[in-house]
Write a protein that binds this ligand. Sequence first.
Ligand code: ZN
Length: 418
Amino acid sequence: MDPDLSLRVWLVLALLACSMSARADSVPLVLTNATIHTQPFAAPIQNGTVVVRGSRIAAVGPSESIDIPPDAHLIDCRDKTITAGYWNSHVHFLQRKWARASDTSAAVLTTQLANMFTRHGFTTVIDAWSNHGNTQALRKRVNAGEVHGPRILTAGAPIYGPGDPPANVAAIWEALGFFSLDAIGIDRVATKADVEAAVVRRIERGVDFIKLYATSPGRGSFRIGEPLLKIAVESAAQVPVLIHPSVESALVAAVSAGADVIMHTTPQSGLWQPATVALMKAHDVALVPTLSLWPYEMRHERADVAERFAREAVNQLSAWVAAEGVVLFGTDVGYMADDDPAKEYALMAQANMSPAEILASLTTNPASRLGNADESGAIEVGARADLTVLGGPIDSALGFTDVRIVIQRGAVIYTRDD
Ligand SMILES: [Zn+2]
């Protein structure tokens, strides 16, 4: 982040700290004169108005049809576009900067959340795994309104196969600046009883998802095969199960076992077999492509090698999109150091996703697959007032990056003027 932007963020946060508690439930917030995408595939409302009362949307429609409450706080959104708040469906709170979330200053955590998520428009993030206790502490402070940032849903600690991750990975991991793996509470399962116990323990601790590695990252060999993955899905019952595949065979096992979400494409496998795409479609699984992760992982390789690897993933997503499969936007930020989602949008467009399909991957798709029953990811009366305001239209992938205002549960948590 450049120093100017950093200063602006601090100023905004200082103002918010003063105004947040006062604003809250009493004064309605009204966004006027905007182009409003209430849903990804509906025609946008031109010159529309959204009224927010407390944490909910009270009204939305063409400006001439909306009564503006006399005491409202008005924000003129002329030339701007409003969408439902974005979801990033693959993130981590693994870097050491998140440690001791219970006693780190609110200003520091708010700035870190702004840099990683809020300034990019994210109002909900799916933590694919992390130190559960630490992430719970962070989430508690966000939910209390003391720290400003996105709503956090978490899988807690991951479930690996026996012997994973190996000891040398733990040492490398720490040298890279991540939490000690020992502190995270990883389970390594080898039997049906291990899987059942690991899943039940997580649900008792209040996780929102169960995350398993069918293979180790970067390896091709199975660590948790289809029968045990199936036990995990059955034990998790209504809690969605997220599975990391690495390779196509593990992807097939995960889908066959009943996984709800596949957390990556698998570029090392090359183009997926048509039967694999058909199986995914038949099981109605959702895919988080993490396309920008692959050039990042290959950043020390020769450019042509890295490009070829990244292209395999784009082609896999392209096949999934052609089959009308469900896509959830996700970047793996928090493992990946680069927090800018612009590359992900550009690569999704390369995989033939339209702006409406990208918007669905940011809003309605994750809300229906990973949210609560009352969440739609749309802008509608009664919905949680999570809104992302953009500087211009979303007629290309670039439009998603021009974030100007972010509203979470009815409170403005980020603004940028220029
Ligand atoms: Zn990840």
